[in-house]
Design a protein around this ligand. Structure first.
Ligand code: ZN
Length: 273
């Protein structure tokens, strides 16, 4: 990837207006998209020249949509940065996979992971609590778990729980529970479908993956064992020491169905024992 100094120098010299207004995301999109489209750009270049080729019109139009600037701005960007794009390599890009790898490898050492799962609310929601509406966070606890995803394999994640002393309620990523040590305590799920479902204490399954499990079980009449095996052999790229279990598949199936039913009924929150 080109040095930041080279990029800023080119922009401040050849594309002053864009240098002042272009966001980091737009610049990143320009690099990533144009690098992927490089064959369509370079194949138009005469084989006898090594100069930076002009952007073909259809590539320019597509980049304009992606980066959300006019085509004239894309042409200016290409004029300023085109040769840097030609020198870059796909491995230079910071993809989601790269971030997953870095955080998965080093996150656990720092008590973190590829993702941090936490309750969507940062204030106590219990209406009768003396601290109702006040910020949670004084009593945080975290532990390591695994997130099973459809496209990113198995990721080590950090689970953060928040606690309200006023009503003794623990807020977890999916639900809250008051007096958790009481055997009769009930989980009160947060409204909406969570992005990751807690299916065992240390296992979370991405909602997108839950839909795949549901489809396999409903249409192929596949057992939970088989669904877990298919995932572990075909979709999981994570450590073999954390294979998906049949129990987790079944829990995913039922929890997703329960939450979806609750949402379809228009219930704001779902309670379970
Ligand atoms: Zn409270």
């Amino acid at each position: 990837m080109p040095a930041l100094h080279d990029i800023t120098h080119r922009l401040s010299t050849y594309a002053v207006e864009l240098f002042l207004h272009l966001s980091y995301v737009q610049l990143s999109l320009f690099f990533e998209a144009s690098l992927r489209l490089l064959p369509a750009i370079t194949l138009k270049r005469p084989r006898t020249t090594t100069e930076t080729p002009p952007l073909p019109e259809h590539v320019c139009d597509l980049l304009s949509v992606q980066v959300q600037v006019p085509t004239a701005a894309i042409k200016t960007l290409w004029k300023a940065l085109g040769d840097l794009v030609l020198q870059a390599a796909p491995r230079d890009l910071v993809s989601g996979d790269t971030v997953d790898c870095v955080l998965s490898a080093a996150g656990a050492i720092h008590g973190l992971g590829a993702e941090t799962l936490v309750s969507p609310t940062r204030v106590c929601l219990t209406p009768t609590c003396p601290d109702h509406g006040r910020a949670l966070g004084g009593d945080q606890k975290s532990y390591q778990a695994h997130l099973y995803t459809r496209r990113r394999g198995v990721l080590p994640v950090s689970v953060l729980t928040l606690y309200c002393r006023g009503c003794k309620t623990t807020y977890r990523p999916n639900y809250s529970v008051t007096h958790a040590s009481n055997p009769a305590a009930k989980r009160e799920y947060h409204s909406g479908m969570p992005a990751a479902l807690e299916v065992t204490e240390h296992s979370y399954v991405e909602a997108e993956l839950a839909v795949l499990f549901r489809t396999q079980i409903a249409f192929a009449q596949t057992s939970a064992d088989t669904v877990a095996q298919i995932y572990n052999l075909g979709l999981s790229s994570g450590p073999a020491s954390h294979p998906l279990s049949a129990e987790a598949v079944l829990n995913t199936f039922w929890l997703y169905a329960l939450l979806q039913d609750s949402m379809q009924r228009g219930e704001s929150r779902c309670n379970t024992g």
